[in-house]
Design a protein around this ligand. Structure first.
Ligand code: PLP
Length: 508
């Protein structure tokens, strides 16, 4: 059997890789350690190295028989001063970006539509590596494309998790993703949160008091959503990020930084003079929060970015930035499963970020304009919320600094049927009927024609789907996640229904 070791681009100049320092092999799952490279892809990569090599070995259909020669995308022009507003109003200029099979363009359809490498096409990765460099300036990291953060996360779980492993996460989290780890036998260890997100001292307490004889192997992975945490909408401060990174370093934890809302930040003090002198990318980089990736000096951060929230979720395109060792293992998994992200999405992104499209700086201009529009919607939401809902004293909410979510606290203790027991049945068990009342309220709102996501949906569950009764979490599920991304009418109408439903429920 011919065996060719994968020649992952270790000398990619964009990523400026140096030899890795830390031995991260202990973090790999049994599955990842056992995985062999896709032997056909290994030969395919070798065949790419020497231009002019005749490849009679691959099973690709011939490109002259692809039934497409050109694709045009009509996109808003970013020459407008506020491109998102001009696009919404239909008054702005548009531009056509084109991909051709045989004519010159950023990424030919001939390449985009052929089988490619699991890491994605170099054009796209180079553009994203440039964006990364200018925003996070990560030392010694590589970029691999994903089908969005959900795809990337599930692959990271398989890369790092074995049955019986415990992973840390926020106590309320994006349960679609934590549940995805349960069939792999991964157990979640929730860390307490407050209005500012994950509490580092609680993380430290869990790690310092971990007893391997009682609790099994100590956690070696933290899954966190640092910006617009889903569902709580909180954004970690720079100080907390530093504390969490230091703890990860001290306890040898890999950080899965799931950050699809990173670019949607509000109340940013973007300097016009910086835009004029250096462009939008630099001006945005100066004010965006400092990512875990940007502080990662020993390669323990796997950062997951996505186009879902800033372009469109159906693009199914994102990117993972991590050390070369994990990148190689991740790409091997993709090479042997989904193969690579789809070509049309990669063609679109290449043209959009390329010289004939928006370019990286134009993309950042679009993003900053998008931030202004979502900030307007957030402000409208909060104004209506204060007027219609908070004034009753039945609910309250913090103004989120980023993303799409408001975490609405229901003052459930004001309900006439609220009960709190003074004696504990067993340590950590619920002492209130909060969960039952919130369930009733959820159904009441549904009857009124409104869906809000109940906090219990985001609490960590065990393998049987039940919320563990230790830790009093069911006494703290008196929240709803609401989103402010809708139209002005949806915000006005939705919050009026919410106010009416709440009042009827509390008067019951
Ligand atoms: N992670 C978080 C925190 C999310 O909120 C979402 C989507 O809502 C995802 C991941 C999935 O993102 P993607 O569309 O990139 O797969």
């Amino acid at each position: 059997m011919v065996y060719i070791h994968p020649t992952h681009e270790r000398v990619d100049p964009v990523n400026n890789l140096k030899k890795r320092q830390l031995d991260l092999s202990r973090h790999l799952s049994v599955e990842a350690k056992a995985r062999l490279p896709n032997p056909i892809k290994a030969i395919w990569k070798v065949a790419q190295v020497k231009p002019g090599t005749i490849n009679m070995g691959n099973g690709d259909p011939h490109h002259t028989l692809y039934p497409v020669c050109e694709m045009n995308f009509i996109v808003p022009s970013v020459s407008e001063s506020d491109p998102v507003q001009a696009w919404r109003a239909g008054t702005g200029d548009q531009q056509i970006i084109a991909s051709y099979k045989d004519e010159p363009c950023a990424l030919s359809l001939r390449t985009a539509l052929a089988y490619g490498a699991g890491a994605g096409l170099k054009h796209v990765r180079d553009a994203l590596a440039e964006l990364n460099d200018r925003i996070h300036a990560p030392p010694k990291h590589m970029v691999s494309l994903s089908l969005g953060n959900a795809d990337a996360l599930t692959k990271c779980y398989r890369l790092l998790g074995d049955p019986g492993d415990s992973f840390l996460c926020e106590e309320f989290t994006f349960s679609a993703m934590t549940n995805a780890a349960l069939p792999l036998g991964i157990k979640w260890v929730p860390i307490r949160m407050d209005k500012d997100g994950l509490i580092p001292s609680d993380m430290e307490k869990i790690l310092a008091n971990w007893d391997e004889t009682l609790q099994g192997k100590r956690p070696h992975v933290l899954y966190t959503i640092p910006c617009s945490q889903n569902p709580t909408g909180s954004t970690l401060s720079a100080e907390r990020r530093r504390q969490i990174y230091d703890l990860a370093h001290e306890y040898d934890i890999i950080i899965l930084e799931d950050d699809p809302y990173f670019f949607l930040q509000y109340d940013l003090d973007i300097q016009t003079t910086t835009i004029e002198s250096y462009g939008y990318t630099r001006a945005m980089a100066d004010v965006l929060p400092r990512s875990f990736l940007s502080m990662d000096y020993d390669g323990r951060v796997m950062r997951l970015d996505s186009f879902s929230k800033i372009l469109a979720p159906g693009m199914r395109l994102g990117w993972v930035t991590c050390n070369d060792f994990f990148a190689e293992k991740l790409d091997m998994l993709t090479d042997s499963s989904s193969q690579h992200p789809h070509g049309l999405g990669q063609a679109f992104i290449s043209e959009l970020l390329g010289g004939e499209g928006w370019g990286v700086d134009g993309f950042m201009k679009w993003v900053s304009s998008l931030c202004r529009e979502y900030q307007r919607r957030r402000d409208l939401f909060m104004d209506v919320f204060r007027r219609e809902v908070e004034s009753s004293g039945l609910a309250s909410a913090e103004t989120p600094k980023s993303g799409m979510f408001v975490w609405i606290k229901i003052n459930v203790e004001r309900h006439p049927r609220y009960r709190k027991s003074e004696k504990l049945d067993k340590p950590g068990a619920p002492v209130t009927n909060t969960a039952d009342l919130m369930n009733e309220l959820f159904r009441k709102l549904l009857d009124c024609g409104l869906v809000m996501m109940p906090a219990s949906t985001f609490a960590i569950v065990d393998q049987t789907g039940r919320i563990p009764t230790d830790g009093h979490i069911t006494d703290r599920v008196n929240f709803f996640r609401a989103t402010f991304v809708g139209t002005d009418e949806v915000i006005e109408d939705g919050l009026k229904i919410f106010a009416r439903g709440l009042e009827e429920f509390f008067c019951y």
